[in-house]
Design a protein around this ligand. Structure first.
Ligand SMILES: [Zn+2]
Length: 208
């Protein structure tokens, strides 16, 4: 498996950030994708963290360092494991709890208003402050009523995305209908057509 990982270079689409979970902390967890297989690291360098923070609406005034990137990945994994434990009613790892709580105590980015009524995010340590803010949001998510809405994409293990199901009747099955949902429908359609269509060029379905 490790050999396959080394030779595998993710596509631009696989590396693109995903903001479909309905919660910033879960979107942050999704900066690592395809977790059940080789895994796709979307925060590959410090500049990726800057890009993610900007895209997530909590752009920091300074550039991320290698240490920040390392911190961000660790916090992300903690959030992912805790969210997953919450989803499956598993016991949480106390080391993860301590790590999340420590980040949640970090002075976080504060929203500030400028003269034109635009919001700015300010902190003496902007990147750490942004991670602290995400940690606080994760604490709110995992301790509040929204915890009940955490789901894992039905395409798992082909997809490892966690999201909040806010749909009416709680019937959302996919991280994204246009992605995993339509792939599944296509696979179902092919199955209904039967094995005789295999020779017509049915490709092996590999979702990310
Ligand atoms: Zn999915």
């Amino acid at each position: 498996m490790s050999e396959a990982v080394k030779s595998y270079e993710p596509s631009a689409d696989e590396l693109s950030f995903r903001f479909v979970s309905g919660h910033r902390a879960l979107d942050f967890a999704a900066t690592c994708g395809d977790r059940y297989r080789a895994g796709i690291e979307r925060l590959r360098q410090p500049a990726d963290l800057d890009r993610w923070l900007r895209a997530a609406g909590i752009s920091a005034a300074t550039r991320a360092s290698v240490k920040h990137l390392d911190d961000a990945r660790q916090l992300r994994e903690v959030i992912y494991r805790l969210a997953r434990a919450a989803l499956y009613n598993e016991a949480v790892d106390t080391v993860d709890l301590d790590a999340l709580n420590a980040w949640a105590r970090t002075p976080r980015l504060a929203p500030q208003l400028d003269k034109r009524l635009r919001r700015e995010w300010v902190s003496s340590q902007p990147i750490r402050g942004a991670l602290g803010l995400i940690a606080c949001e994760a604490v709110e998510l995992l301790s509040g009523p929204k915890r009940q809405l955490i789901r894992e994409c039905t395409a798992a293990p082909a997809c490892s995305m966690l999201y909040l199901d806010r749909s009416r009747g709680r019937r959302r099955r996919w991280c994204q209908m246009e992605r995993c949902g339509s792939r599944a429908k296509m696979a179902e359609y092919r199955k209904r057509l039967g094995p005789s269509t295999d020779r017509a060029g049915v490709e092996t379905t590999r979702t990310q």
